[in-house]
Ligand binder design. Structure first.
Ligand SMILES: [Zn+2]
Length: 179
């Protein structure tokens, strides 16, 4: 999924947590300006926001910038995206720039989420179990358990108890080593 952030009306601001002098949309703003104005600071779930790879900044119903998210920062009860505006040539940016708001839900909330078909090749990665399939997360459902079980079989004679004792012992050793 991607996150959609809707710019409000243009206004100047002071003491902005992101050191900006203005917020909101104004005509002919550049993509860089739209990203800067739109990446924060919002009342939104920091966890959910940080799981997205792309952000779409909308002003007056039209996509004004597409950003790639590298992390989030929190400012009191508000959250900002870290990252950068994508430049011409990136397929997600090229598909969505100047297009209508991809989130159509009738909600007044400036923060919304949506699937962008073009983001799929970027968010899917190989399942960490090594099965060769791809997933949006670290593992396909159930493959994390399978990967752990394979290690228990291979290194601990199939005994989960030995595995757990080894983990606990290793953590205790490294904790005392750090002191
Ligand atoms: Zn797998």
């Amino acid at each position: 999924m991607a996150i959609r952030l809707k710019l409000g009306s243009y206004e100047t601001v002071q003491n902005d947590p992101l050191d900006r002098t203005f917020l909101g949309y104004f005509p002919r703003m550049t993509e860089e300006e739209a990203w800067k104005a739109g990446r924060g600071v919002w009342r939104m779930n920091a966890d959910k926001a940080s799981r997205q790879r792309f952000a779409v900044i909308v002003g007056e119903g039209v996509v004004r910038a597409v950003g790639e998210i590298t992390g989030v920062s929190t400012h009191g009860d508000r959250v900002a995206l870290e990252g950068a505006a994508l430049v011409e040539g990136h397929p997600v940016r090229d598909a969505w720039i100047n297009q209508p708001d991809p989130v159509i839900n009738g909600s007044q909330n400036p923060v919304g989420y949506c699937e962008l078909p073009e983001e799929k090749p970027f968010i899917y990665r190989p399942c960490a179990c090594g099965c060769g399939d791809t997933t949006e997360r670290d593992f396909l459902p159930g493959h994390d358990v399978r990967a752990i079980q394979a290690r228990v079989r291979e290194h601990f004679g199939g005994s989960p108890l030995k595995f757990i004792q080894w983990v606990d012992g290793t953590l205790t050793d490294s904790a005392s080593g750090a002191r």
